[in-house]
Design a protein around this ligand. Sequence first.
Ligand SMILES: [Zn+2]
Length: 337
Amino acid sequence: MSRTFDVLEWTLAAARGENYPDFPEHPQMTVYDTGVIAIEPEQGSSKDVIISCAVHGDETAPIELVRDMIHAVLDGALEIRQRVLFMIANPWSIVAGKRFVEVNMNRLFSGAHATGDTLEHQHAAKLERYVERFYTSAPAGQRQRYHYDLHTAIRDSAYEKFAVYPFRHGQPYKREQLTFLAECGVSTILLNQAPTTTFSYFSSHQFGADAFTVELGKVRPFGQNDMSRFAAADHMFRQLISTDVLELPAFDASRHHIFDVCRTIDRTQSEFRLNFPDDVANFTPFPRGALLAVDGTTEYHVEQAQERIIFPNANVAIGQRALLTVVELPVTELDLV
Ligand SMILES: [Zn+2]
């Protein structure tokens, strides 16, 4: 079916500087920027939900999910009952077919955008203002804020889908959120133990949102994603924004794998290498003593009984993170509410 208006084509045309028809008039929709669209139901909402994609432009499946949800609202097929802000976060990197144009935008939030002047620095500052505008323009009353920042991973993962729970500054983790994510097919959770400059930490820390970086699987080109693998997440996000009260099953600790960051290994030298092949999957375990990385003359060996590697990237800029290691934490050791 060909569409007369395609929200992704509209967003990409703006990034290319090309003409495209205006966003259609819709009584519930407000365009904050190209690719940034707020939807406000007439009455009765209690949730302010941000669903963002394309912070990394080559992570296509979440872009397709967001595009299709916006089209479903435009077509009258999805009735919105909660306030939603959809964000296609970095259209220029989608046009380029790359993770980012100049700088990894998911390191530029919580003010880090002030350290430079690239397109990504400037746009991260704008995205922060859109988040603020959306959360602070909600109707008065008891409300709950959410932000799901959707990604796909560069590499295979022993746990295909996982979410990063931003640093909580001592506040408890939420059973309801773990259950929601598990219903999305995301039963593996990585706990951040320090502030970060990610988009989800920004919303969590600045606005008290239940916010997550959600990794939905491996990157594929547009049109080559097997969307059935994202069906559970798609269904749950649609439920979240189209119901008054979201029905969730009871919390079940046995559903969740929780991982704690054990170590962050930064590249500090031009001579840097990882001691395992490029295609090793995220969450692959290594035994105590195994050599993980060599940074100049410093060797990094596994220190715990078992550490799993995650997000390895030997080619990061000097000073940036090249590898994380994580260890599994029993759910019972979490401070849960
Ligand atoms: Zn990403």
